[in-house]
Design a binder for this molecule. Sequence first.
Ligand code: ATP
Length: 236
Amino acid sequence: MSTDLLTASGLDAGYGGVQALWGAGLSVRAKETVVLMGPNGAGKTTLIKTIMGLVQSWKGEISFEGRNIVHDRTDKRVRAGIAYMSEIGCFPGLSVEDNLRIGGQFLPAAEFKRHIDDLYDRFPTLAQKRRALGGSLSGGQRKILGVAKALAGKPRLLVMDEPSAGLSPLFVREVIHVLGQFRDSGLALLIAEQNIRFLDLADRVYTLEGGRIGFEGTVQALHADAALERAYFGLK
Ligand code: ATP
């Protein structure tokens, strides 16, 4: 039985008087890929931001590697080993290299220097464009930079909000391919998505509806539940 890296349970959260999460929770085990699906407005971004401490939970627990992090600021959660990639992915006004520096800011300088070379080996297009602004890259390259930036801090868990946002199907495939490589090398992933192609990466799936977790299980179980597929994805 593998251990939970991240456990969130009973989360209520929202904006001012508007409650967006109602007792939501999920877990991610070491080396596991979990995909969080749900229609627009279901609360996926809110749940991801609550896990990262970018939205404060009103109630509930969040622990990472057995330690309660619910009261920790976002930077402390990142230092603990959780990287976050927003829908935008990277800082468009900063160079590729400065984006990576921000991602790796909590690593000791010598370790970061070695690691950035590894990242450039892994992502040769970024190496060629290290002085280019993030915003000058194509949509797909910007997402790849976002992934590289998140990985620059050597996280054990990468939390991503809608990596497919704004991407053509070709680039969606490229991002899935890159994420698959890191999953295979042992990185745990939590991906909020509406694009069902990301299910190809998933060990387990959660669905959110109206701020509440609906389904939790394997991709096979999700596919076996035709009613769920219709409700969430409009498939027959
Ligand atoms: P999408 O895929 O469209 O981004 P989502 O599943 O990520 O949707 P959220 O963005 O988390 O959903 O939104 C959940 C609910 O919270 C929605 O009803 C939304 O209108 C509301 N909401 C989100 N952000 C805010 C905000 N800053 N202020 C007030 N309400 C908000």
